[in-house]
Structures are given as structure tokens and as C-alpha cells.
Design a binder for this molecule. Structure first.
Ligand SMILES: O=C[C@H](O)COP(=O)(O)O
Length: 243
């Protein structure tokens, strides 16, 4: 099996229509050997981003979805709606949603199952807090999140895991290479050693550190926040990771 890395950008709550200039940049309009690319813009930009990205090879994803296909859920977006707008993936269980919206593992699991039903690939986020790590509970916490959030019927070919230590998100701090190796190996083992499962690392990935992180055999890509907002830094990360 040839391993292809997934370099995914999560724009979070950043970007209005001017942000679509990202897809006209020369660094985005080229291929990178061994790399699949994904951008998850705000929901307001999804369809326009799908169109703007159509000639670039960059896939488009959502940042969250509701567990149900439709209904009286003001402000929410279903996985079917994301798929209809051109999305191929959706992030579920990001720590910012777990923190800001009180999402628990059962909800994340239901969202991931909704994504699968809609034909989307869920990117299921797991990761420990600083307090968890300082208490030596990181494997317990991530193991519990993984078991509780994994969708029924999901396989290594249809689900992506993103390991994002909460204390590394947007802080400029990254987990050490040894800690990343250990947690990714732990996650893979928990999934029965499935080599088809992509396990992304997220948390202050930048052009300067991406070569080291993405060169690790257990790291199958990255989920990138701040450094995905400009075409230059996103392209630099893709270049650092390319074969
Ligand atoms: O979804 C992306 C992660 O939260 C990482 O964000 P960051 O690269 O800004 O630390």
C-alpha cells in the first residue's frame, strides 16, 4: 500500500469571500507527490470554495455537522447539506466544539455516523488537555475519546483520526516527536493495528516544524489551523511533506 499523507486546513471562524483568493495562488495550483489536500472553510464559503478549488485538486470539507439529516435545529448544518455543497470530509469532535458546545463522545460518534451516511469522511478529533497530560492521563483520555467517538460501521478506509493535544492548539507549542510517535502508535494499536487508518497530528503545525512531524512513519498527515490561512504557508507545509 502506498501511503499518501492528508494535509488538511481548518480555517475555523476565519474568512469571508476574499479568502477564496487562496485557491488562485500558484502554490495551491500544483500537485505535491504523495499528498492529498483538504481545506475546511466556514460553512458560508463551502459552495464557493468547492467551485474555486475545482481545478486545483484541493478537496473541501466542513468543520462540523449535526447528527440528524434535517429538522428543527436552528443554526446547524447536516452532513447531507455539506455533501450537497461539495464537501468530501467533515471535522467532528474538534476540541473547540467539545469545549464551547459541551460535545461529548456520544455526540461526536453520532455526528461521525451521520457523516458516513452522507458519504463524507469524518475526521474525528481526539486529544488531551494540559491537565490530563501533566497528570499522566493522556493515554487514558485519548483511548476513552477514541472508543466513545468511533462511528459504528467505520473502517480505516472511511474514517480519519486527528490527534490534537488541546494545549498545542494555537499556542505555538507542539508535542515532542517522541510524544507524537507514542500517541499515534497507541491510537493505531487501539484500532487493531489498521495500517489503512490515517492518523493526523494537529497543534501549531507550521512550515518550520512540518517536515519533522510529517516525516514520522506513524503520522499520516496534519490538521492545520492558523498556518492554513495563507496559501503560502499551507503550500510550504505541503512542499515539506511531499515525496
Ligand atoms: O484544527 C486545527 C487545530 O485546532 C490546530 O490549530 P493550530 O494549527 O492553529 O494550532
Amino acid at each position: 500500500m502506498t501511503r499518501r499523507l492528508l494535509i488538511a486546513g481548518n480555517w475555523k471562524m476565519h474568512g469571508t469571500s476574499g479568502a477564496l483568493a487562496f485557491f488562485a495562488d500558484p502554490g495551491i495550483n500544483r500537485t505535491y507527490a504523495g499528498i492529498d489536500r483538504l481545506i475546511c472553510p466556514p460553512a458560508t464559503l463551502l459552495r464557493a470554495a468547492t467551485e474555486a478549488a475545482s481545478a486545483t485538486g484541493v478537496m473541501i470539507g466542513g468543520q462540523d455537522c449535526h447528527a440528524q439529516a434535517g429538522g428543527a435545529h436552528t443554526g446547524d448544518v447536516s452532513a447531507e447539506m455539506l455533501a450537497d455543497a461539495g464537501a468530501s470530509h467533515v471535522i467532528v469532535g474538534h476540541s473547540e466544539r467539545r469545549a464551547d458546545h459541551g460535545e461529548r463522545d456520544a455526540t461526536v460518534k453520532a455526528k461521525a455516523e451521520a457523516a458516513l451516511r452522507a458519504g463524507l469522511t469524518p475526521i474525528v478529533c481526539v486529544g488531551e488537555s494540559r491537565a490530563d497530560r501533566e497528570a499522566g492521563r493522556e493515554f487514558d483520555v485519548v483511548g476513552e475519546q477514541l472508543a466513545g467517538s468511533w462511528p459504528d460501521g467505520g473502517t480505516g478506509d472511511t474514517v480519519v483520526i486527528a490527534y490534537e493535544p488541546v494545549w498545542a492548539i494555537g499556542t505555538g507549542l507542539t508535542a515532542s516527536i517522541g510524544d507524537i510517535d507514542a500517541m499515534h502508535a497507541f491510537i493505531r494499536e487501539a484500532r487493531g493495528g489498521d495500517q489503512s487508518l490515517r492518523i493526523l497530528y494537529g497543534g501549531s503545525v507550521k512550515p518550520a516544524n512540518s517536515g519533522d512531524i510529517l516525516g514520522r512513519p506513524e503520522v499520516d498527515g496534519a490538521l492545520i489551523g492558523g498556518a492554513s490561512l495563507t496559501a503560502e504557508s499551507f503550500a510550504a507545509i505541503c512542499l515539506a511533506a511531499a515525496d
